[in-house]
Design a binder for this molecule. Structure first.
Ligand code: GLV
Length: 290
């Protein structure tokens, strides 16, 4: 919490703040309803790129909500997904199996030029993921709501474009946030359209695909492997079948951590904008959910 005081602002603990002095709340997974305590709030600022947990608060005051656009997050996620794409082309999973079986079997390497990467969402994260995949020589298709071009990326839109992306990509990477339009967007039909051996990677939000749909699709062999960093429910419940599925690799929402070094400058700039009576950057369209 940052409250205006005799200086420009001062940082205070949630419990010590004079509620009337608080104009900006910087939150991540706050307690629903808790922001109602601040009658003079003018901005709720997310500490991450995602804002669904803020917008889902039925007691959210009627003030602007801003996303954190921290350049460190897209870069970290792009490094993460590039590692996965490279492990696909370099057949790491197969070599691991061969090692377990004590088998020496050199395999033909996949050429990156023939492995298309499909990126769902071409916002800050999607563009970084696409750019790094291009940097390691992969052709990239990207899906977004509008056909606004992205250099070096074959941009697809609409349901036909989505189907095209799934049919032609060997690694599909979801970077989409959770909004009313993206919830369960990736359905059984799209997953079944993937080429043989294709992988699905989720570093956006878990509810873009329902867990039961994904499990059924995995049981049918497509995707051949899912790398999941985000889930419909987090932490992933202990009884989720995803934990033990042989074709699932799980990490606990760590692909794009917010780091103080890169997050503070855009955050402080936005707070100054509010204190100066300016429009903050990256204001969320509440109806769109992002
Ligand atoms: C992390 O998930 C974020 O929203 O930044």
């Amino acid at each position: 919490m940052l409250a205006e005081a005799s200086g420009r602002y001062r940082a205070v603990g949630v419990d010590d703040a004079d509620p009337a002095a608080v104009s900006v709340a910087v939150v991540w997974q706050h307690e629903p309803g808790s922001l109602q305590r601040y009658p003079n709030l003018s901005l709720v600022h997310s500490l991450g790129h995602g804002v669904e947990q803020i917008l889902d608060d039925p007691g959210l005051p009627d003030v602007q909500v801003a996303r954190l656009v921290d350049p460190g997050i897209p870069a970290a996620i792009a490094r993460w997904t590039t590692r996965i794409v490279l492990s696909h082309t370099q057949r790491e999973e197969e070599y691991r199996e061969h090692q377990a079986a004590g088998r020496w079997r050199p395999m033909r390497r996949r050429y990156p030029e023939s492995v298309r990467v499909g990126v769902l969402g071409l916002g800050e994260v999607g563009r970084a993921v696409a750019g790094m995949a291009r940097g390691v020589m992969h052709p990239v298709a990207g899906w977004r709501a509008t056909d606004e071009p992205v250099p070096g990326v074959h941009v697809l839109t609409g349901r036909d474009g989505l189907r095209d992306l799934f049919e032609t990509s060997s690694v599909v990477i979801n970077t989409l946030p959770s909004t009313p339009d993206t919830r369960h967007l990736v359905d059984r039909e799209l997953l079944a359209a993937l080429p043989d051996g294709a992988w699905f990677v989720n570093v956006g939000r878990g509810d873009v695909v329902s867990e039961s749909v994904l499990l059924a699709a995995l049981d049918d062999g497509l995707p051949a492997l899912a790398h999941l960093d985000v889930f419909e429910e987090e932490p992933l419940p202990a009884d989720s079948e995803l934990w033990s599925h042989p074709n699932v690799r799980i990490t606990p929402h760590v692909s794009g951590p917010t780091s103080t070094r890169t997050a503070l400058p855009p955050l402080v700039e936005n707070i100054h904008r509010v204190l100066d009576g300016l429009e903050p950057n990256h204001v969320v369209d509440r109806a769109r959910g992002y």
